[in-house]
Design a protein around this ligand. Sequence first.
Ligand SMILES: [Zn+2]
Ligand SMILES: [Zn+2]
Length: 488
Amino acid sequence: MMKKILQCGLKCGVFAGVALAAAQGQTAKDAHQQVANLVEANSANWKQVSKQIWDFAELGYHENKSSALLQAQLKDAGFSIKSGVADEPTAFVASYGEGKPVIVILGEFDALPGLSQKAVPERAPVTQGGAGHGCGHNLLGSGAALAAVAVKQYMDANHVKGTLRYYGTPAEEGGSGKVYMVREGLFKDVDVVLHWHPADKNSVIDGGALAVTSAKFTFHGVAAHASMAPDRGRSALDAVMLMGNGIEFMREHVPSNTRMHYIISKGGVAPNVVPDLAQIDLMARSPSNTTLQDIWKRILDVSKGAALMTGTTVEVTDIGSDADIIGNDALAQVAQKNLEEVGGYTMSEEEQKFARDLQKTLGLDTLPSLELTKEIEPFHRPDPNAPSASTDVGDVSWVVPTIGFSTATFVPGVAAHTWQAAASAGTSIGQDGMVVASKALALTTVDLFSNPQLREAAKADFAKELAGKTYRTSIPEGQKPLIDYRGK
Ligand SMILES: [Zn+2]
Ligand SMILES: [Zn+2]
């Protein structure tokens, strides 16, 4: 099945590429050169912005300084700004131009708890236990804005019709910020969405990422003396443990690429008191959002069963949910061609020294070549059974044709959500990788404005991918963004 999709994708893509070249001839190449030069001309400023956001290292929904800096910079560049959209204080829409088509570039800027790190190749937090940019979102938000500014200047110079928007999307790390933006209808008039993410290699993101749903299950029981009157108690901790057991037995009867992981976030206060309050914090993931929704219903049943067995009650709160990413081969082929045209980057002597020192801390038997930053991975659809993370870009991809890039902002071999990633994201290595992403985004955005056939092909592919599927989220209808989901 996957092979068939891939073959069709490559064939359709070659066709689209030839049609594009024939239709636009030399002009497409000139346009690419022009907008790539604009990215280059603006890059010093945005590298600086990325470093400032790296310094701010603010957690989801509290990215006040980072969001304000991006808004001020985009305003200066000629975008009109609408802030605080979708009940999210740090979300914003920066817009330029008018009418159709509407092309959106997504930007994220939240950090991760506990990953505070100086830009040095050894573990050295700036603030002990503080937040850090271990997912490189300082580069993500800045690089996406750099692309938007370059495309805006290109549109000005060439009288391009249409609307270009940059969406400032907060709390990607567990806050599902974009899901509320989808719910608010912010993507309703959008033709295509582009995004990118820091990584340790250069490639096109065409689908992949696991759908995820998370929640806290709080059990309420009755406290009693655990030795003198245990019969009068009803243990909330028993319920938590039975729920955990239920999940373990369930594991055999779900598709094997399902992930279910949890912690006991509250387990009582003393062994001689029957706990009247206990809590399990759980996440479930699957390559298919539809499959996950069915599994989630069964998890809710397990929690109800655990409550029933123990004479306790269960309360489900703080529900987060991201869908898987719907691929788009029509867009992927153009994105691949553009990323290859941009090419990677070569590390300087000094960067290579930093990279080698950092690689020594990874504990790997074989160290990946530093040449990887120069190379572009061949096009491939992600393997649905390969280990993967989740992103709220997924929800966007269910409502608008979406395509993305990964670029080598982390030293080869460095994974996201590590101090090594946070260190890389604060150096010129991260910034070099960021500029590669900005150029690839800018070239593809210019193609989307100039080529209606490409937009039509993207729409057709989107309809084909979603045939028979319905977008759903586990986030309850009236739930507002959980601004303090990481605690105050
Ligand atoms: Zn992340
Ligand atoms: Zn991330």
